[in-house]
Design a protein around this ligand. Structure first.
Ligand code: FES
Length: 144
């Protein structure tokens, strides 16, 4: 039912935990099942994701997608991070079973919320607007 990659990230999740004094934090609940995902980021002076960690109170697929999104975004610029969609995370894992697709609807959203939090905290309102515009249009969670 799950790909080897999903099982690998579930049994050996990367970047688990919470960054102390994080530059940005994003937390989101899955309306379908109530599971919660929290992502914290550290951003360097070149606006790159220097570190990222996650805490997920959810199922195996949610843990795997959280783990995968942290790997995908590590070291990336904020613009590159904006490009990461929930769908891209699921695809990077080799797909999820249809009945678990809703579980992939948090990872990129939590990441994007953390980046938004970082920009807001730093008073960069214009950058927030630009960042929100750059986000993937397919917000899968709204269709479930
Ligand atoms: Fe809730 Fe998977 S069942 S995220």
């Amino acid at each position: 039912m799950y790909t080897d990659l999903v099982m690998d990230h579930f049994t050996n999740p990367r970047n688990v935990g919470e960054i102390e004094d994080a530059d940005g934090v994003g937390q989101i609940g899955n309306p379908v099942c109530g599971d919660v995902m929290r992502i914290s980021i550290a951003v360097d002076d070149k606006d790159r994701i220097a570190d990222v960690k996650f805490k997920t109170f959810g199922c195996g697929a949610a843990v795997a997608t959280s783990s995968m999104v942290t790997e995908m975004v590590m070291g990336k610029s904020l613009e590159e991070a904006a490009d990461i969609s929930n769908k891209a995370v699921a695809e990077a894992l080799g797909g999820l079973p249809p009945n678990k697709m809703h579980c992939s609807n948090l990872a990129a959203d939590a990441l994007h919320l953390a980046i938004q939090d970082y920009l807001v905290k730093n008073g960069r309102e214009a950058d927030v607007e630009q960042f929100l515009k750059a986000l993937p249009k397919e917000r899968e969670h709204s269709s479930h």
